[in-house]
Design a protein around this ligand. Structure first.
Ligand code: FES
Length: 312
């Protein structure tokens, strides 16, 4: 059993989980992930590692509450236990002296890029970070990044901070840096990975994405995580999770991620969890002075894909 040291919401619908897992903390590297279960007999879900403390033996991950398992996970509190924490899994990010690197992150990806940024800085790279969200109140860890990297930029869909729009506007940020960028690394939902890769393709910049297919074992045994990259089938858990974003079959990945939508999301909408979701949304709107629109569904961000094995 793995003791939870912290589990709380850091921005609406996004949660930080710190758990004691000394064997994982001892070995984990930037870009790797863990598989957890929130309860005995529960679903196994992969979560990117966002930080760790080797001395304390702890691992931290950021996750979005989007389906039944992550919703259950979000309700756990410090002092409770997870029955399963397996890892570190997947290959570590390639960390070299590339020159100038732009990191692009949305939702949970803002967190999972952090150890990559740290490692790239240790290698002497110039590192810029672009964080993307629906609105500015969904950003987190900005102070951490400001203390670490050479510049932090923002894209918001409502224009409340930085450039208004979505991640497809990243070429404007690249142009504004005043120096050539040697590599782009993107973490976040499938939409974010695809749009970011589309935006850099014409610029010819090597673009690495952290893929987020459904996973079960995470060790290359089940084949559930297969993706097509460069026309070849790859198992994301053991051959990834990072791949060339310009080579990924995005249509196939999006379709496969929807496989269990009915099992994951529909039960949430018909259970007591619905009340909780309404409560969170109401609390968010009150805090930000927004009136609840009649009939507006709770937590639109729940409909976005996230890097768990859960549905998009
Ligand atoms: Fe089973 Fe990758 S998760 S092979």
């Amino acid at each position: 059993m793995f003791r939870i040291l912290a589990c709380r919401m850091i921005v609406p619908n996004m949660h930080i989980l710190t758990v004691e897992a000394p064997a994982v903390a001892r070995e984990v590297q930037p870009g790797q992930f863990i598989i957890i279960r929130a309860e005995e007999e529960g679903e196994r879900i992969p979560l990117s590692v966002s930080d760790w403390d080797r001395e304390r033996g702890t691992v931290t991950t950021i996750f979005m509450s989007i389906g039944r398992t992550t919703h259950r996970l979000a309700r756990l509190r410090s002092g409770e236990y997870l029955p399963t924490v397996v890892g570190p899994l997947g290959n570590a990010s390639e960390i070299e002296h590339f020159g100038t690197v732009l990191l692009l992150g949305g939702c949970y990806g803002i967190g999972s890029l952090y150890p990559i940024a740290r490692a790239l800085k240790e290698k002497g790279n110039r590192v810029f970070v672009v964080i993307e969200a629906r609105s500015s109140y969904l950003f987190y860890w900005e102070d951490r990044y400001r203390m670490l990297v050479d510049g932090v930029h923002h894209i918001t869909r409502d224009g409340s901070k930085g450039i208004k729009g979505h991640i497809g506007r990243v070429p404007e940020i690249l142009a504004s840096l005043g120096e050539p960028v040697d590599r782009v690394i993107i973490n976040g939902c499938t939409f974010c990975l695809k749009r970011g890769s589309d935006a850099t393709r014409a610029l010819g910049i090597t673009t690495i994405v952290d893929l987020n297919p459904i996973m079960i074992d995470g060790t290359g045994m089940c084949g559930v995580c297969r993706v097509t990259v460069g026309g070849e089938t790859k198992f994301a858990c053991v051959q990834g999770p990072e791949f060339d974003g310009h080579e990924v079959d995005w249509e196939e990945l999006s379709q496969r991620r929807k496989t269990y939508m009915a099992e994951e999301v529909i039960p949430l909408r018909t259970s007591k969890c619905e009340e909780h979701m309404h409560g969170e949304e109401h609390e968010r709107k009150e805090k930000h002075g927004q009136a609840a629109a009649p009939g507006e569904p709770p937590g639109r961000e729940r409909k976005q894909p996230q890097h768990t094995g859960e549905v998009s």
